[in-house]
Design a binder for this molecule. Structure first.
Ligand code: SF4
Length: 341
């Protein structure tokens, strides 16, 4: 395996999916490269209510964005005029009507017209399936300057408290994590060392549980000198709750194996290699784990699968590229109990 950040990120996701152990009976879902417009986390772990997760599956694999969630979460059990059923969204009602039609098209709610008014009714309650969000920042090579560069981001995460826990994951080395590095990082952030070769991890510093149910602070501007004031704004708990659920919905839909969507599994050199730690993309031409940035159509070694691989003579339907995508999709679905095949 190469030592790229991408390879490390996949190793962290594999480990988290296999070994993350919540303190309760929670089911675990892992996703990568998620967050808000302002902040993207490398890896996120969702701790989910097991029954709620099964109920969530009844709404299908696709995610619901926050406008749709507004409709789903308030859809009544009995036919009701939509404006009586849903709280004022804080934006024009015509957008709510669009979301109602979108939700109905996905069979997530039912609609009917009475006296020229749209009435809605839920098909089933939208479940309370998300318990906790764990955000992990991956820094395989945690040097003193990398740790210092991370500090402003981590302080923003802690002040906003959108995730329940914030961690830094770094690669295991022969050295222990220097106490000076720990001293540089905010005490509320956890530190984890991950060994990609053995697929194991060790907690070096326990994080603090953040106050996700209280208003947060968004740090807008943080001057370097000590004399200027930082600029910040408050975010309320409703906003945080809504954002958390929207993040969880997208994570539910995408997981962390979506790299096959942007890489080139249709290249004849693209393979999946498996060892006891998990399954990784492998480039036979370069004999390495290619990064998502290099494994593209512009890659000088890219060669499309020969057409005969996709023909009836090939034992896998659609050729190996399609088969790889199907395999990754099946593995993603396995983590989401209750989804129909
Ligand atoms: S040759 Fe290039 S495009 Fe093909 S698998 Fe390797 S990195 Fe990806």
């Amino acid at each position: 395996m190469t030592s790229s950040e991408f390879a490390f990120e996949l190793a962290v996701c594999q480990w988290a999916e296999r070994a993350w152990s919540p303190s309760d009976d929670a089911a675990v879902l892992v996703a990568r490269q998620f967050g808000t417009k302002h902040r993207r986390w490398d890896t996120i772990v969702l701790e989910c209510d097991p029954v709620g997760l099964q109920e969530r599956a009844k709404f299908g694999t696709e995610s619901f964005h926050s406008d749709l969630l507004h409709v789903l979460r308030h859809a009544p059990a009995d036919w009701t005029y939509y404006r009586d059923a849903l709280p004022d969204p804080g934006y024009p009602w015509r957008y709510v009507r669009e979301s109602i039609h979108e939700a109905a098209d996905r069979d997530a709610i039912e609609t009917r017209k009475r006296s020229n008014r749209i009435e809605i009714r839920r098909v089933r309650p939208y479940p309370d399936w998300l318990r906790r969000i764990i955000a992990i920042e991956n820094k395989p090579d945690l040097t003193a300057s990398a740790a210092r560069n991370l500090v402003p981001q981590l302080e923003r995460d802690i002040a906003l408290s959108l995730a329940d826990e914030v961690w830094v994951a770094t690669a295991t080395t022969d050295e222990r994590v220097e106490p000076i590095l720990l001293a540089d990082l905010p005490a509320a952030a956890g530190v984890l060392t991950v060994d990609p070769e053995s697929g194991t991890a060790e907690t070096v510093w326990q994080p603090r549980s953040l106050s996700v149910d209280e208003p947060g602070t968004r740090i807008l501007d943080r001057p370097d000198d000590d004399t200027s004031a930082a600029r910040f704004e408050y975010v309320d708990t409703d906003w945080k709750h809504e954002r958390r659920l929207a993040i969880a919905e997208r994570a539910y839909a995408r997981g962390w194996r979506a790299y096959a969507d942007t890489m080139r599994p249709d290249c004849r050199h693209f393979q999946l290699s498996a060892d006891e730690t998990g399954v990784y993309p492998h480039c036979a031409a370069k004999d390495c784990l290619p990064t998502a940035a290099e494994c593209r159509g512009q890659c000088p070694s890219y060669e499309p699968e020969p057409p005969t691989w996709r023909s009836m003579d090939w034992p896998l339907d659609g050729g190996p590229g399609k088969a790889i995508k199907r395999l990754l999709t099946r593995r993603r679905r396995r983590q989401r109990p209750g989804l129909s095949e």
